[in-house]
Design a protein around this ligand. Structure first.
Ligand code: CAA
Ligand code: FAD
Length: 384
């Protein structure tokens, strides 16, 4: 067993770190405040090959491994989780799903520009549409209908909480075709945002990841050609579950980054802030917090890397990705809250960054399956 990264992985980690510090850090507070989508940063990520990191170069991707993806996600999430969630959705939910289960035409037409993050010089990214107002954790209860009309589906319904909702050009939409078949009656359809009948609803005003654009998307008699179905008839729910297993590695790495960002800021602060005649790091109460942060973060990192390594080596990673997600997200929430505590009053204001990390940490316990859903997946797996 090796606990060493390759030279290439270290290079990718450094590129991500440099990008985060030089391109994401300036303006991160303002984007959060104004809920401004980080379009410029996403275009730069596309130029770095980070929007289709794991996609084969045959389809416009960078051909990197999942371990490199974890390293890049961690570095970017230390600074701006609104940038990294956009990157995570495009990489692990949209591109991975299309590369793994799409047909050759779909790969040429959609995957190739999505993996490049650009088409004709403009931003070209995707979104993953599973959640509905009445189907979140209970994802099999899809109300969006894809009625089979022979050569096409007629799509009607509402999806909510959609990340990249307004910025995406392509949507992967889960919809029910045959309710009698339950989860086996669901299909995944590739839908273009500018097709007639597709409407982007208002942007959500959120607690955290405020730069990310989260929207409700409405479908009213949208004609979707049959050739835009991904996989066999009725494969949509399995498509979503398999894709989410990899997506959860991305969100676990995002949580890891938020935690390590909060920890690094706290360590630096504790080294220079003085109280009662000494730097606060010399007060044992503060030192213990830092020790616990470092230990939990290292554990979260190992879980993320194990899940990534399993994925890279074609080993079933469903269990380890859920373990990584639940542990890393709870580590992020705890670490960011303690980071605010270590900063005292300064932690409560925006300039010191930790209050934003604390707000951003919360979503990692909710999206791509809540902590309770991860425990359901883990529980079922260990009982088997
Ligand atoms: N791989 C392959 N197949 C799977 C699977 C997996 N990981 N998980 C389930 N399935 C299959 C099951 O085998 C079953 O198929 P069979 O009937 O052939 O056996 C079918 O799918 C239904 O599975 P379950 O009976 O387990 O379904 P359930 O209703 O009990 O739900 C659940 C299970 C784990 C709770 C699931 O509904 C779930 O993951 N919910 C959370 C949804 C979620 O994560 N949403 C995220 C939206 S995207 C997002 O959030 C993006 C973002 O923020 C950035
Ligand atoms: P519910 O499912 O109603 O859950 C409410 C509470 O009940 C939770 O604590 C939950 O854990 C608990 N609960 C539910 N069932 C059980 C159970 N069986 N056992 C124990 N506890 C249970 N979705 C997409 O499809 N695409 C996206 O791009 C996307 N991006 C998102 C971005 C943001 C900012 C947010 C907030 C959400 C996003 N989501 C997206 C939706 C997200 O995946 C859901 O919010 C999440 O899956 C939870 O669903 P829900 O909100 O309906 O909560």
């Amino acid at each position: 067993m090796h606990f060493q990264f390759t030279e290439e992985q270290l290079m990718i980690q450094k590129a991500a770190r440099d990008f985060a510090v030089t391109e994401c850090l300036p303006g991160v507070i303002e984007r959060d405040e104004l809920q401004k989508f980080p379009k410029e940063q996403i275009m730069q990520l596309a130029d770095l090959g980070f929007m289709g990191m794991m996609v084969s170069p045959d389809y416009g991707g960078a051909g990197m491994d999942t371990v490199s993806y974890v390293l890049a996600m961690e570095e970017i999430s230390k600074i701006d989780a609104s940038v990294s969630v956009c990157m995570s959705v495009n990489n692990s939910l949209v591109c991975w799903g299309l590369e793994k289960f799409g047909n050759e035409t779909q790969k040429q037409q959609y995957l190739t520009p999505l993996a490049q993050g650009k088409k004709e010089g403009g931003l070209y990214i995707g979104a993953f549409l599973l959640s509905e107002p009445e189907a979140g954790s209970d994802a099999t209860s899809q109300r969006t209908i894809a009625e089979d009309k022979g050569d096409h589906y007629l799509l009607n319904g509402v999806k909510n909480w959609i990340t990249n909702g307004n910025s995406a050009s392509v949507y992967l939409v889960m919809a029910q075709t045959d309710a009698a078949k339950g989860s086996k009656g669901i299909n995944c359809l590739i839908v273009e945002k500018n097709w007639p009948g597709v409407t982007v609803g208002a942007k959500e005003n959120k607690l955290g990841i405020r730069g990310s654009d989260t929207h409700t998307i409405l479908f009213n008699d949208v004609k979707v050609p049959k050739e835009n179905r991904v996989g066999e008839d009725g494969f949509g729910f399995k498509f979503a579950m398999k894709t989410l297993a990899g997506g959860r590695i991305g969100i676990a790495s995002q949580a890891l980054g938020i935690a390590s960002g909060a920890y690094e800021l706290s360590l630096n602060y504790a080294k220079q802030r003085k109280a009662f005649g000494k730097e606060i790091m010399h007060h044992q109460a503060i030192q213990f917090k830092l020790a616990d942060m470092a230990t939990r973060i290292e554990s979260a990192r190992l879980l993320c890397l194990k899940a990534a390594w399993e994925k890279d080596n074609n080993i079933d990673y469903t269990l380890s990705s859920s373990m990584a997600k639940v542990f890393a997200s709870e580590t992020a929430m705890w670490t960011a809250t303690e980071a605010v505590q270590i900063h005292g009053g300064y932690g409560f204001v925006k300039e010191y960054h930790v209050e934003r990390l604390m707000r951003d940490a919360k979503i990692t316990q909710i999206y791509e399956g809540t902590s309770e859903v991860q425990r359901i997946v883990i529980g079922r797996s260990i009982l088997q």
